[in-house]
Design a protein around this ligand. Sequence first.
Ligand code: CMP
Length: 140
Amino acid sequence: MAGNRTFTMIKPDAVESGNIGNIIQMITDAGFEIKAMKYTQLTEEQAKEFYAVHAERPFYGELVEYMISGPIVAAILEKENAVEDFRKLIGATDPSEAEEGTIRKKYAESKAKNAVHGSDSDENAKVEGEFHFAAAEVVA
Ligand code: CMP
C-alpha cells in the first residue's frame, strides 16, 4: 500500500530566484498538506550525509557544493499516494525533459539546479523526513 507522506526541499536555485511562494502554492494547489516546514541552510556534513547514496556518482561533489550554497526550504507533505503524486508534480530530474505544468519545467535551471527534491520511495520519505525534523516538529 502506498504511503501518504513525502519529503521535499526547495533547493538553493529556486530560493535564490524568489520562487519559494510560487512552488508552495503549486504544492498546496495539488492537494498536499504541509506537516512540517523550515527555512534553513545545510552544512557540508548534512548535505554529504543526505546524499550519501550518490557518493560514488561523478556529480556528488558538485551536488553537495550546490546544496550548501544557499538556503533551502525543507518540508514533510501529506496526501494519498504522496511519493508518486509528488514526483509527477515536480517532473523529470532534467527540466528539459520535464512535462509542461510541472514545478521543474517552470522553475528549474538545469539537471543539477533542479529547483526541488522529492523522495523516491516511502522508505526514503521516512528516512529523509526524520533527517530534517524531530518528531515534535511534525504536525500530527
Ligand atoms: P534529487 O532528486 O534531489 O536527488 C539527487 C540529485 O542529484 C538530483 O535531484 C539532481 O539535483 C542531482 N543530479 C542528478 N543527476 C545529475 C547530474 N547528471 N549532474 C548533476 N547533478 C545531478
